[in-house]
Design a protein around this ligand. Structure first.
Ligand SMILES: NC(=O)c1ccc[n+]([C@@H]2O[C@H](COP(=O)([O-])OP(=O)(O)OC[C@H]3O[C@@H](n4cnc5c(N)ncnc54)[C@H](O)[C@@H]3O)[C@@H](O)[C@H]2O)c1
Length: 246
């Protein structure tokens, strides 16, 4: 039997993980709406459409999602991948500028909530759905060199994901979170600039290497697909064993 064509929305799709996830979805034959504030650095994968815009802009987001879904007739998948980690400005709550705090929470948490709000009606119409929210292991732990807005936003995403899982289970819509560890992407370009630092961090990872965008695309593929049809409301840690360390 031929499998039904899947229709997906990916935020942060010009970023390293978002683009790798879009490529993975394209390879599985999906049609994809790719959203980002930045244009993609490579040619779009087959079946993908890209729109440049800010996911915190409610009217932009709703209009683009509704237009895409009307054309496709449904939405099956949402991947909330857009996010910011501002090393220079995101600090301890003791001295962070709360305008920075608000902006990080707005992008990392509210942006994901808005994308979920506007895709859920279309998933209900499809009779099924699967969402993956890209959180972070920083949602689970503290750090002396704190990035408190980032950690709080990513922890908020976990609560939101679980709540959606419970609210939407009766509609056969699943919601799960992925918690990446140290993944070598554009967000961590400091590791490309400082190879020694990259090596030092890799040594702290039990599996002995930094993670890749492919590691995250593989985990996302599993959680979106029917292979995980009995899994909802979980946090999948993809960190090479970092958080399991004593
Ligand atoms: N790289 C890591 O080590 C790591 C670890 C844990 C979690 N994460 C999370 O993984 C996700 C993907 O990050 P990445 O490593 O691929 O970094 P990335 O910087 O390559 O990708 C993030 C993308 O989000 C986009 N974005 C930012 N604000 C946006 C907005 N308002 N509207 C639309 N798009 C916006 C950026 O333009 C960028 O393309 C992020 O949510 C990040 O917090 C990354």
């Amino acid at each position: 039997m031929k499998e039904e064509k899947k229709i997906a929305v990916v935020t942060g799709a010009s970023g390293d993980m978002g683009f790798a996830i879009s490529l993975m979805l394209s390879a599985k034959g999906a049609n994809i709406l790719m959203l980002d504030v930045e244009p993609p650095k490579s040619n779009l994968p087959e079946g993908a459409q890209f729109f440049e815009g800010d996911i915190t802009d409610k009217s932009f987001l709703k209009e683009i999602i509704d237009r895409f879904a009307t054309h496709q007739g449904k939405i099956n998948y949402l991947v909330n991948c857009a996010g910011v980690l501002w090393f220079d400005k995101d600090r301890s709550l003791i001295d962070i500028d709360f305008n920075v705090w608000d902006k990080v929470l707005e992008i990392n948490l509210k942006g994901a909530a808005l994308a979920a709000r506007y895709t859920i009606p279309w998933m209900k119409l499809s009779g099924n759905g699967s969402m993956v929210h890209i959180s972070s292991i920083q949602a689970l732990r503290g750090d002396k060199k704190a990035q408190d807005a980032y950690g709080a936003s990513k922890a908020g995403l976990l609560a939101l994901s679980k709540s959606l899982a419970i609210q939407l289970a009766e509609y056969k819509i699943r919601s799960n979170a992925i918690l990446p560890g140290a993944i070598h992407t554009q967000m961590q370009k400091r590791w490309t600039q400082n190879k020694r630092l990259a090596k030092t961090i890799a040594k702290t990872v039990p599996l002995g290497r930094l993670g890749t965008k492919k590691d995250i695309a593989n985990a996302t593929s599993f959680l979106l697909s029917d292979s995980s049809s009995y899994i909802t409301g979980i946090e999948l840690i993809v960190d090479g064993g970092l958080t399991a360390r004593p």
